[in-house]
Design a protein around this ligand. Structure first.
Ligand code: FES
Length: 149
């Protein structure tokens, strides 16, 4: 079945099973590999994208459920240069292996959109369920506060 998805402000057509997770459409059909596969069960956050500006786990989002909602991936997070979250990540050298960081940044960018000056508790809450095997949590939290400043 054909789906026309609005991704990073451009239409993309994907011909695939309606139950296929959005994650595979992004990665395998469209080559947007910044969105990562971690657990495939909605538990790690590596596959986080935005749907109409809200964080969503692409591994748990069937293609048939997306409709005309705007999809933003890490590749489209910034329209010109780097998003403040990406700048903060770079400034504080947050990533270690880097695998989970796209998902972490997408969650933080969505948080800052709704809470421009989040409390430590709100940051903690927004990042709950985002797993970093390298343990960069401290730098991630500092980077969110830097991006918010
Ligand atoms: Fe989607 Fe882990 S791959 S939450």
């Amino acid at each position: 079945m054909k789906f026309t998805l609005q991704i990073n402000q451009r239409p993309h057509t994907v011909d695939a099973d309606p139950q296929m997770p959005l994650l595979w459409a992004l990665r395998d059909h469209l080559g947007l590999t910044g969105t990562k596969y971690g657990c495939g069960q909605g538990l790690c956050g590596a596959c986080t994208v935005h749907l109409d500006g809200q964080p969503a786990r692409a591994c748990q989002t069937p293609l048939s459920s997306v409709g005309q909602r705007r999809i933003t991936t890490i590749e489209g997070l910034s329209r010109d240069g780097e998003h403040p979250v990406q700048q903060a990540w770079r400034a504080l050298r947050v990533p270690q292996c880097g695998y989970c960081q796209g998902g972490q940044m997408m969650a933080c960018a969505a948080l800052l959109q709704s809470q421009p000056k989040p409390s430590a508790e709100q940051v903690h809450e927004a990042l709950a369920g985002h797993i970093c095997r390298c343990g960069t949590y401290g730098r991630i939290e500092q980077a969110v506060q830097l991006a918010a400043s």
